[in-house]
Design a binder for this molecule. Structure first.
Ligand code: CTP
Ligand code: MG
Length: 224
């Protein structure tokens, strides 16, 4: 088995407010991307890291990756295109592929290992998920409630998501117009099973300014 982790890192971070691309913004004195690569690379099962960086900031992306061994490629205009660019850079021997957002700096090593082990055991696609605390309503275009799915059947999903390489490649070969917000969504469109394994609160995504505060607080608790 040869395992690669693709790290989409080409987003602008609009919801964080003006500044550098999100992956290059710092918490605890280091770019989010560097924290993410350290967390993901801590799993001995991981053989290769591939970063899809902001096309206009590839030199800064390389600098943020220095010493990690990660391969850097230019990302695309949306997350799906960035993952596809990283996927095209994989060497032939890789057979298990994880995809993990640069915006999730503190993925626990046990979570990476759980996802790899579940794919290695034969699952074509694996996503970490957490129970949801809020009641979630499905609404129509006018804001009226259409349905209230039972909360115990809902999961908030995270990354890393893991795939047999052939499955992820087939998924990304689907028409570009297909609107999905994660890679597992493409696998669902193929009609293949996607298995949810327990996620981890520490694998939260930095999206808004308050998430940067949460990331700084986590680092302080760790004594960094
Ligand atoms: N991403 C990417 N290429 C894009 C857009 C997003 O690689 N064209 C990556 C981001 O860098 C991030 C991950 O996908 O690591 C999750 O996306 P998100 O949290 O939405 O990050 P941004 O797109 O940067 O943030 P925003 O949507 O607020 O602009
Ligand atoms: Mg985005």
């Amino acid at each position: 088995m040869s395992v690669a982790v693709l790290v989409p890192a080409a987003g602008r971070g609009e919801r964080l407010g003006p500044g550098a691309p999100k992956a290059l913004r710092e918490v605890g004195g280091e770019p989010l991307l560097r924290h993410a690569l350290r967390s993901l690379g801590a799993a001995p099962e991981v053989d290769l890291l591939v970063v899809a960086g902001p096309p206009g900031d590839l030199a800064a992306t390389e600098a943020a990756c220095a010493g990690t061994g990660a391969l850097v490629v230019a990302g695309g205009t949306d997350r799906r295109a960035s993952v596809a660019a990283a996927l095209r850079a994989l060497p032939p021997e890789v057979d298990v592929v994880l995809v993990s957002d640069a915006a999730r700096p503190f993925v626990p090593v046990e979570l990476v290992q759980r996802v790899v082990a579940t794919v290695a055991a034969g699952a074509p696609a694996v996503v970490p998920g957490l129970p949801v605390a809020d009641t979630v309503k499905q609404v129509d275009g006018t804001g009226h409630v259409v349905a209230t799915p039972p909360r115990e059947l809902l999961r908030a999903v995270q990354t890393p998501q893991g795939f047999a390489r052939v499955v992820l490649e087939r998924a990304h070969a689907l028409p570009a117009e297909l609107l999905v917000t994660d890679d597992a969504g493409l696998v669902e469109a193929l009609g293949l099973p996607v298995l949810v394994v327990p996620g981890a609160p520490e694998a939260f995504k930095v999206t808004r300014p308050e998430d940067v505060e949460a990331a700084e607080a986590l680092l302080r608790r760790r004594g960094a």
